[in-house]
Design a protein around this ligand. Sequence first.
Ligand SMILES: NC(=O)C1=CN([C@@H]2O[C@H](COP(=O)(O)OP(=O)(O)OC[C@H]3O[C@@H](n4cnc5c(N)ncnc54)[C@H](OP(=O)(O)O)[C@@H]3O)[C@@H](O)[C@H]2O)[C@@H](O)CC1
Ligand SMILES: Nc1ncnc2c1ncn2[C@@H]1O[C@H](COP(=O)(O)OP(=O)(O)O)[C@@H](O)[C@H]1O
Ligand SMILES: [K+]
Length: 507
Amino acid sequence: MKLLSAALTRTLDQATIQAQGITSLELMERAATALFDWILTELRPAYSTPIHLFCGPGNNGGDGLALARLLHEAGYAAHVWLLPAKRYSADFTANRLRLPAEVPCQELAAARFPELPASAVLIDALFGTGLSRPLTDLAAEVVAHLNRSPALRIAVDLPSGLLADAPQPPDSPLVQAHYTLCFELPKLAFLLPGHAAFVGEWHTLQIGLEQEVIHNMAVDNYFIEDNYLKGCLPKRPRFSHKGTFGHALLLAGSQGKVGAAVLAATACLRGGVGLLTVRVPQVGYAILQTAVPEAMCLPDSAPDILTELPDLTPYAAVGMGPGLGQQAASREVLRQLLQTATVPLVLDADALNLLGANRELLELLPPDTLLTPHPKEFERLVGIPARHDYHRLEQLRAFVRQHRCYCVLKDAYTAVAAPDGTLYFNGSGNPGMATGGSGDVLTGLLLALRADKRLSALDAALLGVYAHGRAGDLAAQETGEAGLIASDLVRFIGPALQELTASAPGL
Ligand SMILES: NC(=O)C1=CN([C@@H]2O[C@H](COP(=O)(O)OP(=O)(O)OC[C@H]3O[C@@H](n4cnc5c(N)ncnc54)[C@H](OP(=O)(O)O)[C@@H]3O)[C@@H](O)[C@H]2O)[C@@H](O)CC1
Ligand SMILES: Nc1ncnc2c1ncn2[C@@H]1O[C@H](COP(=O)(O)OP(=O)(O)O)[C@@H](O)[C@H]1O
Ligand SMILES: [K+]
């Protein structure tokens, strides 16, 4: 699913209007009807629930006015509050005129804000994608008033005050919505950590925008939908053998962190790898052989850290990093790996920290290497703290272009960056995954998918990131979010991958 800028959204509106031979007012009516349907099915308000709609001067306000009419016609208690302005959009005015006289409709004034008790529902239709500058004066006061209320706040299209695709000036007034309901496609702004407290839970409502036009739009941000990857993992051929799915090598673990190697190894096996060899220091040998009997173990000669790179000839992919530590000897193993590897690499955790601390190593990254930093590791990799969430995404694009690599920037909405700078945001997963070892599981899973020659680097990254989150969602159904631990993720990798597997055999 594409993520459109505000400008592209406007283009899409106009193209839909032309292609379908409808008026912009009819499109607004579709939007209002979709909002109305969602409110009725999801919130099921009582007829007596006061629904206060705060409407701005543009089409976002027009949506609010049309929704107020629909609610009133269905017997609900709609109250409209208008933000006075010098100019109003044509569709705002048309819907203002269509509002039945019985619907209470007043202009907002600083001295006359309505009381908004906990029992009320507030619809924020002040500003949407047309916001051109931060809110000030009366609009800012209204936003503060809405945020003070204990009532449920629902934002239409965007929480008012949020700029659609530009960084937010610090402390600018912003509605803190519990729900944000937008049309057809989500917005990039919803996926950024700094906006979570304002966007709340977001939903997309279908309003019949032209799919053909969306299809032809060039964008560099995508959202991975639930059904997008279904069937993308090739079915296993009947006569496959363990060589079909590749032999992976995992370099992981150090004194006190052998568990990271165990988690990554079990995840790699559950990810469908044919064979797995794990390189751990001596301290990890018995642990690994006991905890993961399916994996072969090739212990390093050093007692507590990795100091030697094994012969890479047998392996289809190599993963390095979980629990590694950052000793100089391990750095040299990483250097040798980068200099000699001719197969796909997956680098995580301390392998990334070593790259960040020894930036000359970045020049050695083989093309299509997959890196999986969390934001702090990413900051160490690029060496410059991001000024804001959009800046971090710019840094991410620049990084993958410069190093011709894939980078999985892990977060609530993990971004998979391809070497051409395209970003794919993942929506699966839940806060239960914010627990030690979740990232090690992802590394193991991605290593398995990179060892599978049937998958491209991009498909492996997208499938792995999505399946990791999906495993978290399946696990949380059993354990709850608080009780989820990384080994639960491993248990659900199989079911998550099964959902993504093609039903028919590939060629
Ligand atoms: N496909 C879709 O997605 C569909 C979208 N639809 C809806 O249209 C909405 C976009 O409507 P829109 O373009 O009229 O913009 P909107 O956000 O109402 O605001 C514009 C007004 O605000 C003003 N203004 C701006 N900044 C300001 C400030 N800081 N302080 C004060 N004023 C400020 C600005 O004035 P100006 O900047 O010109 O001075 C102008 O008057 C979209 O979010 C969705 O809800 C549906 O109807 C149909 C399908
Ligand atoms: N709130 C969340 N929603 C979805 N996924 C999450 C959330 N918090 C963490 N995750 C996922 O869990 C993993 C955590 O990785 P990482 O920070 O490297 O953990 P660790 O270093 O402990 O192994 C990432 O894949 C991240 O996307
Ligand atoms: K809004």
